[in-house]
Ligand binder design. Sequence first.
Ligand code: ZN
Length: 138
Amino acid sequence: MSKSCLLCRDAGGTVLLRTEAWRIVLALDEPLYPGLCRVIWNAHVRELTDLEPTACTELLQALVRTERALRQVLKPVKVNLASLGNVTPHLHWHVVPRREDDAHFPNAIWGPERRKAMPPPLAAETIAALKTALEQRT
Ligand SMILES: [Zn+2]
C-alpha cells in the first residue's frame, strides 16, 4: 500500500470482478474506448517480475479471462494489451477492445487521433453481459 498511489487509494474504475489478488475494472475515464478494462494487481507492486511465478500466472490468467469476455461480448476487431505504469507505477494492464472506426485505429490509443469518434457508452445490459462473461472460468 502506497498512500500516494491512485490504484492503492481507488478501485480505478467500476469493479466487474474481484479476487483477493486482483480486480478487473471497467475504465470510467476513457470515453473514446467504452469497454476498456484494467486488470489491476491489488497489492502495490511495480513490475510483473516482482510477482512470484504462481502470482504471475494468476495475473496472466485474469488477463486472458478479460480478453475472452471482451471478445465474447463486444466482438472487437482486435484486443490490445498494454502495461505501462509510467504515471501510476502500480502493476496493472489495459485490455482495450478496438474497432476499425475508433479514434486511433490502427495506432495505439495513446497516440495522436486519426479520426473523430464519439462512441456511445456501454449500455447497462452490455456491462451486465461483460460481468457474466468474466465470471465464467473457461
Ligand atoms: Zn499502488
